[in-house]
Design a protein around this ligand. Structure first.
Ligand SMILES: [Zn+2]
Length: 280
């Protein structure tokens, strides 16, 4: 491909990803509005029951649970984030300066006024590739992922993963407003999975606009780990991602709260990310 054709292809890819990001961001905003309406409806119905029939004990208990549901959901989310934080190792600027340099560049380009703190985790129960953003502006990398980027010489994968997490912040997924507004949808089966997927896809699209060459590599590393990465192909995994499911498979898919790396790459290709044809 000539240099001119390559530039034109890059421009088309960036435009397609930008359009997809705007479209998907509108969908997640619409779900957030729906969630806020559901919360208001739930609290109003509970308040009505408490006022109309305060003597019916089982009904009163149910109404009180519904009334306090949004508050309990926020406390639970914050407790989980606090429990996860206990397993994180803080990485200061004196450690891993090359990672901080990339992070600072991304934050500057994104227009963020502060660079978030960086942490490492080797806790297998915390998956930094898909973790729901907490309320504190911090970024988490997995030890296996970081070692994989270093050992396999793929700085673009590291850049993509940092950009993904910066993307969550640019899109406000870590703010108190999002947490409060999303409690009802996060408590609703099926819609919860749809919403979590949208947040991940949006952050991926944001990152793919900035680092398109790192998307497949970063997500392949997330999927198979650093030791198997040199032998496997991220684009192949996405291409063969299982979309045909039996009934139980569909139920499992809809109720899942984690998004597979293969689905994420598959979504990015669907929205215009070009296939990188090299082995990785
Ligand atoms: Zn994410």
């Amino acid at each position: 491909m000539t240099l001119r054709a390559e530039r034109s292809a890059q421009g088309c890819e960036a435009d397609a990803l930008e359009r997809a990001l705007r479209r998907q961001a509108r969908r997640s905003q619409a779900l957030l509005v729906l969630s806020a309406l559901l919360s208001c409806l739930l609290v109003a119905a509970a308040a009505l029951v408490i006022v109309i029939d305060p003597l019916d004990e089982p009904l009163l208990r149910a109404a009180a649970s519904a009334f306090f549901f949004p508050f309990a959901a926020v406390i639970l989310h914050r407790y989980k984030a606090a429990a996860d934080r206990m397993h994180l190792a803080p990485i200061t600027r004196n450690q891993l300066p090359e990672v901080h340099r990339i992070l600072e560049e991304l934050c500057r380009e994104a227009g963020l006024s502060r660079t978030p703190r960086l942490f490492l985790t080797k806790d297998p129960s915390i998956d930094p590739c898909t973790m729901t953003p907490g309320l504190r502006p911090h970024l988490v990398l997995g030890t296996d992922f970081l070692a994989g980027c270093r050992e396999n010489g793929t700085p673009e994968a590291l850049r993509f993963m940092l950009a993904h997490q910066v993307g969550h912040m640019v899109l406000n997924h870590h703010t108190r407003r999002w947490l409060w507004l999303s409690t009802a949808i996060l408590g609703t089966p099926v819609l919860r999975g749809v919403f979590i997927r949208l947040l991940e896809f949006n952050a991926d699209l944001w990152a793919a606009r900035a680092v398109p060459e790192g998307a497949e590599r970063a997500l392949a590393l997330c999927a198979v780990g650093k030791d198997n990465y040199p032998y496997l192909h991220g684009a192949e995994q996405a291409e063969h991602w299982e979309t045909r499911r039996d009934v139980l498979g569909q139920v499992a898919y809809l109720s899942a709260t984690q998004v597979s790396a293969a689905e994420r790459v598959s979504q990015l290709h669907r929205h215009g990310l070009r296939l990188r044809t090299s082995l990785h």
